[in-house]
Design a protein around this ligand. Structure first.
Ligand code: G16
Length: 542
């Protein structure tokens, strides 16, 4: 029986870069999750008769949240909820399910690359009917509702069995529990040359895919070991655990250290890969070589016609502003447009829907295409496998040939995590104030061509997004970008992105931090990082 529970607004329910992310303990407060879920339903208007997807990355509190949301969906008059078995659906997997089954949206439970467990993080985000993250006007409306909420709706009912496949009822709500992987695996087989990859694997090549005990495990295992026939053990840490087995499920060299160690060993696999908590991020690793996400995007764009799903070529490419300009060089050579958007996958949605971009990517280990409306970790790894199988070359040969042709964009991100929020805001405000005077001035031998706070004018819906990161672009194409992270849950994280273009192949072998050392020093001095935050070194360098 449906009932109305009185509640009141809880401060701080504003979605960040990708949904609402907080400590599990915050979500466990009375009414915290309920308030946000009701705000989603209220912001959507009349939800009666809608069909939505529901699932998450399996982290701690995932199963509780699924039950709470099912009961609220029933009380709010939703017609059908399609749930991944056991509450498991990856972020790109959910996007795929929404699109394939023509649902009106979906709720994804994940704090992505943030650690899980009772002391870790939890998160919730809403995706719209195109399968992509809700755009800012929707997330703003959800937040508005959360500030005035007075009641939420739920039903008195026992927990629903989300482990048994099939259709059932919770009150008037139809609940369909689906295989978490099937829709997604079908789509991958339409895009990639599975027989060629199978051959490549059967002919002595190997892959090591580290799922970091997160949700890519069931997807990678079914597809790579199952459909593609890679030997058992090619996917490691393949069972999603509520605390990710203590792993920090962020696929970068700082956190996926075991994979890096394996890829530096004498018996390394031909391709190393890792994915994050909700399987939308990916890291590509060759022998003794981590491919930067910005380079990976550029290389995928340059080789896209080798992949059946993209054999007709690309309509355009898109990257977030802090991502290196490597893909722009490819777009120029291919004579296709390259779009520059703010950080956040939601900004790619309109470009993909309008057919203006086919491939998108971000420096934060995210790449994707118009096959779904999320970045997609397993897809990116299959894309690389397809390139390796089609060319017969190694990861290192492909990367080096790419640099030789297009030049190398040396690139690094320095994160200063958990700094005092006031200090971080002060640093950004003070830099923002000084920016206008910097244009045209020389700084340590480089002239500043542009210094601004990045604003994005969406070419499809005309919306404007202001204050998306402070950037300095030098006349030689080098860049320094400053942003505050929108996905952290403790204090503030300052991200500093540093890039330098090098055309000369004899210098492509330089170590990245060495190649960027003068810009790194400048980035710290200019923003007065140590003076204002007390930090002399970043916590994470990728
Ligand atoms: C999310 C967004 C990405 C963004 C990343 C980092 O990724 O979907 O578009 O690049 O956060 O954001 P920030 O620099 O604000 O922390 P994910 O994988 O966490 O959903």
């Amino acid at each position: 029986m449906s009932k109305e529970i009185a509640t009141q607004p809880i401060a701080g329910q504003k979605p960040g870069t990708s949904g609402l992310r907080k400590k599990v303990t915050v979500f466990q407060q009375p009414n915290y999750l309920e308030n946000f879920v009701q705000s989603i339903f209220d912001a959507l208007g009349d939800v009666r008769g809608r069909e939505i997807a529901l699932g998450g990355d399996g982290r701690y509190y995932n199963r509780n949240a699924v039950q709470t949301i099912l009961k609220m969906a029933a009380a709010n008059g939703i017609k059908r909820v399609v749930v991944g078995q056991g509450g498991i659906l990856s972020t790109p997997g959910t996007s795929c399910v929404i699109r394939k089954r023509k649902l009106s949206g979906g709720i994804i439970l994940s704090a992505s690359h943030n650690p899980g467990g009772p002391d870790g993080d939890f998160g919730i985000k809403y995706n719209t009917e195109n399968g992509g993250p809700a755009p800012e006007k929707v997330t703003d409306a959800i937040y508005e509702k959360s500030t005035t909420i007075t009641r939420y709706l739920t039903v008195d009912a026992p927990d629903y069995d989300i482990d048994t496949l099939g259709l059932g009822k919770l009150g008037d709500l139809e609940v369909e529990v689906i295989d978490s992987v099937e829709d997604y695996a079908d789509l991958m087989q339409q895009l990639f040359d599975f027989p060629a990859i199978k051959n490549w694997l059967a002919n002595g090549h190997s892959i090591r895919f580290d799922s970091l005990s997160a949700v890519s495990g069931p997807y990678a295992t079914r597809i790579i070991e199952g459909l593609l026939g890679a030997p058992k053990g090619s996917v490691v840490n393949g069972i999603p655990l509520e605390d990710f087995g203590g792993h920090h499920p962020d696929p970068n060299p700082a956190y996926a250290t075991d994979l890096i160690e394996h890829m530096n060993a004498a018996d390394a696999a031909d391709l190393g890969a890792a994915s994050d908590g909700d399987a939308d991020r990916n890291m590509i690793v060759g022998r003794n070589l981590v491919v930067t996400p910005s380079d990976s995007l550029a290389i995928m764009a340059a080789n896209a016609t080798l992949v059946p799903g993209y054999h007709k070529g690309l309509a355009g490419v898109a990257r977030s502003m802090p991502t290196s300009c490597a893909v722009d060089a490819v777009a120029k050579a291919l004579n296709i447009p390259a779009f520059e958007t703010p950080t956040g996958w939601k900004f790619f949605g309109n470009l993909l829907d309008a057919g203006k971009a086919t491939l998108c990517g971000e420096e934060s280990y995210g790449t994707g295409s118009d096959h779904v409306r999320e970045k997609d970790g397993v897809w990116a790894v299959l894309f690389w496998l397809n390139i390796l199988a089609a060319t017969g070359k190694s990861v290192n040969e492909i990367v080096e040939a790419h640099w030789a042709k297009y030049g190398r964009h040396f690139y690094s991100r320095h994160d200063f995590e958990g700094i005092d929020t006031d200090a971080a805001n002060k640093l950004m405000d003070s830099l923002r104030e000084r920016l206008p005077q910097l244009t045209g001035t020389p700084l340590r031998g480089r002239k500043v061509a542009l210094a601004d706070d990045f604003a994005y004018h969406d070419p499809v819906d005309g919306s404007m997004s202001q204050k998306q990161g402070l950037r300095l672009v030098f006349e030689d194409g080098s860049r320094i970008v400053y942003r505050l992270s929108g996905t952290g849950t403790e204090g503030a994280t300052l991200r500093v992105y540093i890039e330098r273009y090098e055309a000369n192949p004899s210098r492509h072998g330089l170590e990245t931090q060495t190649a960027l050392s003068d810009l790194i020093e400048l980035s710290r001095d200019l923003a007065r990082i140590s003076e204002l935050t007390g930090r002399t070194e970043p916590t994470v360098v990728t």
